[in-house]
Design a protein around this ligand. Structure first.
Ligand code: DCP
Ligand code: MG
Length: 410
């Protein structure tokens, strides 16, 4: 079957999956300030507004020139830059800052509070609220909605407030080992603990610490070493921000497959569970937040193509792994298990960025009549399924010019 010519990648494209986008762009300051506004919209539950900031930020990140006043007309013609966004950009170009973002630091020696009181009095209240909500959402398991509830209904303001509150209210986390379709003999005997809010509060400093690339590599080697003892010959790729070239990641995402496993077979089913159990028993996984499995082979072949087996966990390196006496920091580790034919879509779908993935799905649907997700590509009109054998083939099937992972930072 002949594939159509791929669409050309260019920074003016409406779709993020056609805009090559470096990690650091010529307009980093502007991107940072728009990011503060986007985050505050998100924390306030203004999702539509947050999304239009996200789109604008993504478009600016791909723009190859420093934006100066004489480029404003060209910028205003980019899709996704509306009038309101243009006024923020103009404000930045003219004053070097966007007042609403409140991110400009006070001069050395001045308190932020007094600085804002004199120079940005209208934003003080919002700023204190923004600070609390931001801080609350640094706890794993607390999202924007919960954070607002804790602030508004329970009057909490600080992490100490939060600790006191959860000391008496900690709801039992959802036990991840329920709701799964596995036989009695495969049931986990000693499941790793789930991460309660109290536990997440204790791990907060660890989990907010960024992970350098060398440590990502070491974690990958250790995990695959353990897996190799259980199922020799597995293949894996570290995806997420690491694959896009981030020097420091917030978590480690690994896509795993086995070249000779047959989807739906007993070997591939429960691979995640077997590995998680082993890592837990070896003292390398301390918590599991989510563990999902394949269902029946039939279902895998038909409707629920988006259910790759996943384990969301907390990992800790063995003692002295980074040198004698090196600190052991708890790290977020996500493991994604794909049948061989879903390996490359899983890699593409988990490399990100989030916005790149959002537009990849949209492009596939609107422009190509296809459904893309991490577990496969399906043509809508006849449900034809594609099994790409490389990431290049994923792009070919979707009619997209190749973009290197390091340029997918949309
Ligand atoms: N992803 C997605 N949709 C989800 C979860 C993940 O599209 N619901 C994709 C896009 C992300 C990638 O998977 O880029 C990994 O997600 P992360 O949250 O780990 O984000 P990154 O790896 O990009 O950055 P970091 O982990 O450093 O924060
Ligand atoms: Mg990641």
């Amino acid at each position: 079957e002949q594939l159509a010519e791929p669409a050309k990648a260019h920074y003016t494209s409406r779709y993020a999956c056609l805009r090559p986008c470096p990690m650091v762009c010529p307009n980093q300051g502007l991107v940072q300030q728009l990011g503060v506004i986007r985050r505050s919209r998100e924390l306030e539950g203004k999702d539509t507004s947050a999304l239009s900031y996200e789109r604008a930020i993504s478009i600016i990140k791909a723009y190859p020139h420093t934006i100066t006043s004489w480029r404003l007309t060209e910028v205003s013609n980019l899709s996704g830059i509306g009038e309101k966004m243009l006024s923020k950009i103009t404000e930045y170009v003219t004053h070097g800052k966007i007042r609403e973002s409140r991110s400009s630091p006070p001069p050395h020696g001045y308190s932020l509070f007094l600085f804002n009181l004199f120079f940005h009095p209208e934003t003080i209240a919002a700023s204190a609220r923004f600070k609390s909500l931001s801080e609350f959402t640094t706890i794993y398991g607390i999202g924007a909605t919960t954070a607002r509830k804790l602030f508004d209904s329970f009057g909490l303001r600080t992490l100490d407030d939060l600790k006191e509150h959860y000391a008496s209210h900690d709801p039992p986390p959802h036990p991840y080992w329920h709701n799964r379709n596995h036989s009695e003999e495969r049931r986990i005997m000693t499941p790793a603990p789930v991460l309660s809010i109290m536990a997440a509060l204790d791990l907060r400093d660890d989990l907010n610490e960024k992970i350098p690339r060398a440590e990502v590599d070491l974690m990958h080697d250790i995990v695959m070493g353990e897996l190799g003892k259980l199922r020799p010959g597995c293949l894996s790729t570290v995806v997420g921000g690491y694959r896009r070239g981030k020097t420091e990641s917030n978590d480690v995402d690994i896509v795993i497959t086995h070249p000779t496993l047959v989807s739906g077979s007993d070997q591939v089913k429960g691979l995640g569970e077997v590995l998680v159990n082993r890592l837990y028993e070896a003292g390398l996984i301390t918590h599991v937040m989510h563990l999902s499995g394949f269902h029946t082979p039939d279902a895998l072949r038909t409707s629920h193509w988006d259910t790759l087996e996943k384990a969301l966990t907390v990992f800790i390196l063995p003692p002295d792994a980074l040198g004698v006496g090196s600190p052991r920091i708890h790290r977020r580790l996500d493991l994604i298990f794909a049948a061989p034919e879903a390996y490359w879509t899983a890699i593409t779908g988990w490399t990100g960025s989030k916005h790149f993935e959002r537009d990849l799905r949209l492009w596939a649907k609107v422009e190509r009549g296809m459904k893309f997700d991490s577990s496969g590509i399906t043509r809508r009109r006849d449900s034809k399924q594609y099994f790409p054998r490389s990431e290049q083939e994923v792009f070919d099937i979707l009619g997209l010019e190749w973009i290197d992972p390091t340029m997918r930072n949309a």
